[in-house]
Design a protein around this ligand. Structure first.
Ligand code: HEC
Length: 220
């Protein structure tokens, strides 16, 4: 099979689709990289609205009293420091640990190290939800790679296409898996970066193979 035999109009359309998929993945990866770098930087100012506070006022509201939520807010506003953690530690132990303990509901919420990234992560609401990390890693990235592979790479005339398709699936699975296990925690960095690099490499390779099949002259 080859894409080269398609009429010129369809080849141009395929080219645009593949470039658009690659660009969309690039934008998503850039958003994720920006988030990783911000999470990694020391001395972050607290966000205008923290994910932790948004969750406590939203889905987790039944698990806290308004007074307890105010304590979390004060801790976040003061920079979510280790010293200040004492003011919310008893609430975490009494109200959260039963569900968010080891092996329980993700994210794990037991210690300062678990709470701090959530406190410093800006809440995503409304339109920003589209670029929410959960959506990008679990849905958008796998979908973009899958569409490029299934719609175009599969039909390209290239002996290694199956291997590259498998590589694309693995890269997407690795990235989704590492995000799921880290759940907003900045460490370990290497897991995040390998996920991003693998995804970018897989998409560039897929796009390159498809474009070569579309436009390079027959070798004989
Ligand atoms: C009765 C069990 C239970 C208790 C107690 C509980 N949670 Fe949760 N929590 C859950 C479940 C179930 C989810 C997943 C539901 C969801 O994401 O909508 C969740 C999700 C979360 C999330 C991720 C949601 C997101 O969108 O980012 C955070 C953060 C969180 N809880 C914080 C807390 C905090 C802080 C406390 C203590 C004040 C707490 N939870 C107490 C069951 C619980």
């Amino acid at each position: 099979m080859t894409l080269r035999r398609l009429p010129a109009s369809e080849r141009i359309f395929a080219t645009l689709v593949v470039l658009a998929l690659t660009a969309a993945l690039g934008l998503g990866l850039a958003a994720v990289v920006a988030r990783e770098l911000r999470a990694a930087g020391p001395g972050q100012p607290p966000p205008a609205r923290s994910r932790l506070v948004a969750v406590l006022e939203g889905v987790m509201a039944p698990n806290v009293t308004p007074a307890e939520t105010r304590r979390f807010k004060a801790w976040v506003a003061s920079g979510a420091t280790r010293e200040g953690f004492a003011q919310v530690e008893p609430v975490v132990a009494n109200n959260c640990a039963s569900c968010h303990g080891d092996g329980g509901q993700a994210p794990r919420l037991l210690a300062f190290e678990d709470l701090r990234p959530l406190a410093l992560e800006p809440a995503t609401e409304g339109l920003a939800e589209l670029l929410d990390a959960r959506f990008l890693h679990l849905a958008a990235f796998p979908l973009l790679v899958a569409v490029a592979a299934a719609a175009y790479l599969r039909r390209a005339r290239w002996a290694w296409r199956k291997g590259l398709m498998a590589g694309g699936w693995l890269a997407a699975a690795w990235d989704a898996g590492q995000w799921w296990l880290r759940q907003g925690r900045p460490e370990p960095h290497w897991a995040a970066w390998t996920g991003l690099v693998l995804l970018a490499a897989a998409m560039v390779a897929i796009a390159g193979a498809v474009l070569a099949d579309l436009w390079l002259p027959d070798e004989g």
